[in-house]
Design a protein around this ligand. Structure first.
Ligand SMILES: [Zn+2]
Ligand SMILES: [Zn+2]
Length: 358
């Protein structure tokens, strides 16, 4: 049997944390249940999920549809696209059966690359290798989530670069449907013996925009840089990491509350979510330091610790790392082990907080 191998190469960096990652996780499940009802897909499609942040890891090996269990996606720091491509090429070499004079191999693999940020590693070598040895025999569809990816770089990987507007109504549900339909359509093509360019479902205006149109300015959501500020904290009680994500509000929030309205005028980021992560976070991260910081005076909202519910999850130690505290006074930092005195920063005396790598 000739298989149609499908790889999801998914960016699980900090900026994806929260809503987007949950929706993507549920989305992969939805793709699978749709495809299972399609006789052509059921016969040919095999799925694999590779997650990447600062490092890349195969989360689900290439598996036939009815044995496939949608995985829980991990989280990490960084967007090492170079490392992700190298991992992908290795996986293709390892699992895809090539055609030889006396053997029909697998159909041309499809790769859905989903990413929302600029690479944090040097992807030059990986891109060259991809272009030379893989680009002509693998169908890659590169999706820039929210328009935040490096589009020039994605264009070097494939002709199919699409900007996904994740703020559109029902964006993820429609996006997932589009992926399912594209896979169905491709599995029909290969069943008819056509192993050609990927036949993508029709992209919906406003939701999925070909990069050429996006570049001509038809998509106002494009070029939103720096949408999120993400911080890595550690619970002082449980010694486990958590992520705090702030979103740039860009004047979109309306309020009648005078205090909030004043804050919105002077501060750029508003609290989005604080979520607990496992220690596996460190396995998928390259380095914890982005070298970038942001002033506490630019942030609106202060979350509780998502592990132990302590009142302040954004306390900063002299070592530069963030952890939780119950209130002012003496505390031991779970990162460096030193004891320090903690007080409250007054407005206007903001301190610089080190950001994650996104
Ligand atoms: Zn805590
Ligand atoms: Zn410390």
């Amino acid at each position: 049997m000739r298989r149609l191998p499908i790889f999801f190469l998914v960016d699980v960096s900090e900026s994806m944390v929260g809503e987007n990652l949950y929706k993507l996780e549920a989305g992969i499940g939805a793709v699978v249940s749709t495809l299972r009802k399609d006789p052509y897909a059921l016969e040919t499609a095999f799925l694999s999920v590779i997650a990447f942040a600062g490092k890349a890891r195969t989360v689900t090996q290439l598996t036939e549809l009815f044995a496939f269990h949608p995985p829980e996606l991990p989280v990490g720091g960084g967007t090492a696209l170079g490392a992700a491509l190298i991992h992908l090429m290795h996986e293709i070499d390892r699992t895809v059966v090539t055609t030889t004079p006396d053997r029909k191999g697998d159909w041309r693999p499809i790769v859905f690359l989903l990413t929302d940020g600029h690479p944090t590693d040097d992807a030059t070598k990986a891109v060259e290798q991809w272009t030379r040895r893989y680009r002509h025999r693998v169908n890659m569809v590169a999706v820039s989530i929210g328009g935040g990816a490096d589009h020039a770089l994605l264009k070097r990987l494939t002709d199919e670069v699409i900007v996904f507007n994740d703020t559109a109504p029902d964006a993820f549900a429609r996006f997932i449907q589009w992926i399912s339909m594209s896979i169905q359509s491709q599995s029909r093509s290969v069943s008819a013996g056509q192993d050609a360019k990927v036949s993508l479902a029709k992209a919906e205006p406003g939701l999925l925009v070909p990069i050429e149109d996006a570049l001509t300015g038809l998509t106002p959501f494009l070029g939103v840089d720096d949408r999120y500020a993400v911080f890595v904290g550690k619970c002082a009680k449980k010694n486990l990491p958590y992520l705090i994500k702030y979103e740039r509000h860009m004047g979109r929030i309306e309020t009648t509350d005078p205090v909030l309205s004043r804050l919105l005028r002077t501060r750029r980021y508003v609290l989005d979510t604080a979520i607990p992560v496992k220690n596996s976070y460190f396995d998928l991260s390259d380095t914890l330091d982005s070298g970038q910081s942001i002033s506490s005076d630019d942030l609106i909202g202060q979350p509780d610790c998502p592990h132990c519910s302590a009142h302040f999850a954004m306390a900063m130690c002299g070592c530069g790392r963030i952890h939780c505290v119950e209130g002012v006074g003496k505390q031991v930092c779970p990162w460096c082990g030193k004891t320090g005195m903690y007080g409250m920063a007054e407005a206007g005396e903001g301190f610089d907080i080190n950001r994650g790598r996104g």
